[in-house]
Write a protein that binds this ligand. Structure first.
Ligand SMILES: Cc1cc2nc3c(=O)[nH]c(=O)nc-3n(C[C@H](O)[C@H](O)[C@H](O)COP(=O)(O)OP(=O)(O)OC[C@H]3O[C@@H](n4cnc5c(N)ncnc54)[C@H](O)[C@@H]3O)c2cc1C
Length: 441
C-alpha cells in the first residue's frame, strides 16, 4: 500500500507512488534517474513545513532526511558545505561548534535547509537578506540523474535561479553557504501601544539588528521583539520564566485563545484583551540560534506577503481594520518583519527593501475569507506571496511582480525541459515548462 504523506499543519496530504530516502548524492541520482525511467515525476520534500501544496505528488517523493552531513567547514572564510537535507537546528548547532552562525534566521529551526531556501525563508532585520542570499553554490541533480555544479562564477543565471527554486529545477544535494562568526543577541519582548510603534517604525527598525511587530487583533496593542547584537556573556532566562513565556503564554495560552475565538466568535475581542494582559516583558541574552528559534506547538495555517517596505505601517493598519470591520474571529497576531533586497530571481525580496506581513489562523478555522481579503490589500502593493505559505495567485498574476521571472523560466527550461519537477503547485504558480517527452504521476 502506498505510504501517505502530510505536512506539518496536517492540511496537505498525498499518496506518492513511492517515497525514496537516499542517504548520499549518488543514491539521490539513482532515485531520480529511476523515477524518470518509470515515467514518474519527482518532488523533493524537506520537513513539510510549507502550508501550500508545494510538496504534493503522486509520483516519487524524495525525502532527504538521510542527507544531513556537514561536509566541509572553513572557520576562517566562513564557507560551509552541507548536505541539503540538514535541518536548521542541526546546522546551527554544528556551526556553533566551529564558532560560526547563520547571519539571520526565521521564527523556527525545524525546516530542512533545502526546503527553507527553496521558498526564500527569512527572518527579520533591515540589514539582512533572506537565507538564500548566503548560498555561494550548490549541486543539483537533474532529471537525467546528472549532477550539476552551480555557483556565481560558473553559471550566474542558474545560481540566481537555484537559490530560490520552489523545487522546480531539480533536487539540490548540497549547498555551500557563507556563514558569519558566532554572535549573541539580547532580545526584549514587550507589549506597546500600536500607534506609538507604527508612528516610529522606521527608527525602531533601524535602531535594532532584528525588529519584529506582532499586532494583537481587536486591541490597540502590539508585541515587539527587539534584538541587538551584543558582546555581553550569555544570560539565558531562568527555567520558570522561559517555561512561562515559551510554553504557557506563546503556546498553551495562544492556542486556547485562538480556539475560543473560533468556537465563540463574539468573544474574540474580550479574549484578545485578556491576552495582552497575560503577555509580560521577556528578556533573553543568548547565542543567536537559541534566541531566533521558537517552539510552535499551536497548529495553524498562514499567508505571508512581501511588500515594499515603505507601505509597511499602512498595510498593517489596513489589516487590523479589516479584522475589526468584518468582525473576524482572528486572534493570531499579525506579524510584520523586514529584510534587505537581494537578487535571486524568485526571491520575494528581489530588488526592493521589503516588509513581510503575515496572517495566521488556527487549523480547522475557515481561513479563506480572511486570507482572500488580506490578499486583495497586498495586491495593491504588488505583494509577492511567500512560496511556502497560503495564497491564491497564479503564474499569470505573479509573473509581472518578478523582474527576473523570464530569466528563471529560461534556466528552468534548460535544466528541466520535460517538467519532471513540476507538480500541480509549481504548474499553478510558475506555469508549465516547455514541451517534451510525456511524464505521468
Ligand atoms: C511553524 C512554522 C514557522 C515558520 N516560520 C517561518 C519564518 O519565520 N520565516 C519564513 O520565511 N518562513 C517560515 N515558515 C515557512 C517555512 O520556512 C517554509 O515553508 C519552508 O519551505 C519549510 O521548509 P521545509 O524543510 O519544511 O520544506 P518543505 O515544506 O518540505 O518544502 C518546501 C519546498 O522546498 C522544496 N525542496 C525541498 N527540498 C529540496 C531540495 N533538496 N531541492 C530542491 N527543492 C527542495 C520542496 O519541493 C518545496 O517546494 C514557517 C513554517 C511553519 C510551519
Amino acid at each position: 500500500m502506498a505510504e501517505k504523506w502530510r505536512n506539518w499543519a496536517g492540511q496537505q496530504t498525498c499518496a506518492p507512488t513511492r517515497i525514496e530516502r537516499p542517504a548520499s548524492e549518488e543514491q539521490l541520482s539513482e532515485v531520480v534517474a529511476r523515477a524518470v525511467r518509470d515515467g514518474l515525476r519527482v518532488r523533493p520534500v524537506g520537513s513539510g513545513h510549507s502550508f501550500t501544496d508545494a510538496c504534493l505528488t503522486d509520483g516519487v517523493m524524495v525525502d532527504q532526511s538521510g542527507m544531513q552531513r556537514v561536509l566541509d567547514v572553513d572557520p576562517v572564510s566562513g564557507l560551509v558545505t552541507v548536505e541539503a537535507g540538514i535541518k536548521l537546528h542541526r546546522l546551527t548547532a554544528e556551526l556553533h561548534r566551529y564558532g560560526l552562525a547563520l547571519e539571520n534566521q526565521g521564527d523556527i529551526d525545524k525546516q530542512s535547509l533545502a526546503g527553507a531556501l527553496a521558498t526564500a525563508t527569512h527572518g527579520t532585520g533591515e540589514r539582512f537578506c533572506n537565507l538564500s542570499a548566503n548560498v555561494v553554490g550548490c549541486r543539483l541533480v537533474t532529471a537525467t540523474g546528472e549532477v550539476v555544479e552551480i555557483d556565481e562564477a560558473r553559471a550566474p543565471d542558474a545560481w540566481r535561479a537555484a537559490r530560490v527554486s520552489v523545487g522546480a529545477l531539480g533536487v539540490i544535494s548540497r549547498y555551500t553557504l557563507r556563514c558569519v562568526p558566532a554572535f549573541r543577541i539580547r532580545r526584549i519582548d514587550e507589549i506597546r501601544r500600536a500607534a506609538d510603534v507604527l508612528a516610529d517604525l522606521d527608527r525602531l527598525v533601524a535602531a535594532h539588528d532584528h525588529f519584529e511587530v506582532l499586532a494583537l487583533p481587536h486591541t490597540d496593542k502590539v508585541l515587539t521583539y527587539a534584538s541587538r547584537r551584543t558582546d555581553r556573556p550569555a544570560a539565558p532566562p531562568g527555567r520558570v520564566t522561559a517555561w512561562w513565556n515559551d510554553d504557557v503564554v506563546s503556546n498553551v495560552g495562544l492556542g486556547v485563545a485562538c480556539h475560543l475565538g473560533r468556537l465563540l466568535p463574539g468573544a474574540a475581542p474580550g479574549v484578545a484583551r485578556t491576552l495582552t494582559r497575560v503577555i509580560g516583558r521577556y528578556e533573553q541574552l543568548d547565542d543567536s540560534y537559541r534566541v531566533f528559534a521558537h517552539q510552535r506547538r499551536v497548529r495553524f495555517t498562514e499567508m505571508e506577503y512581501a511588500i515594499p517596505r515603505v507601505h509597511a505601517a499602512e498595510a498593517l493598519e489596513r489589516v487590523r481594520a479589516l479584522i475589526v470591520d468584518r468582525r473576524l474571529p482572528v486572534l493570531f497576531p499579525i506579524e510584520l518583519r523586514f529584510t534587505a533586497p537581494d537578487d535571486a530571481f524568485l526571491s520575494t525580496a528581489y530588488g526592493r527593501d521589503t516588509a513581510y506581513l503575515a496572517v495566521h489562523h488556527v487549523v480547522r478555522a475557515e481561513y479563506e475569507t480572511f486570507f482572500r481579503a488580506v490578499e486583495a490589500i497586498m495586491d495593491e502593493y504588488e505583494g509577492r506571496p511567500h512560496w511556502g505559505k497560503r495564497h491564491f495567485q497564479t503564474a499569470t498574476t505573479l509573473a509581472p511582480r518578478y523582474p527576473g521571472w523570464q530569466d528563471f523560466q529560461a534556466v528552468r527550461a534548460r535544466l528541466d525541459p520535460d517538467g519532471v519537477f513540476t507538480n500541480d503547485y509549481v504548474a499553478r504558480v510558475l506555469g508549465p515548462v516547455g514541451v517534451g517527452r510525456a511524464v505521468t504521476g
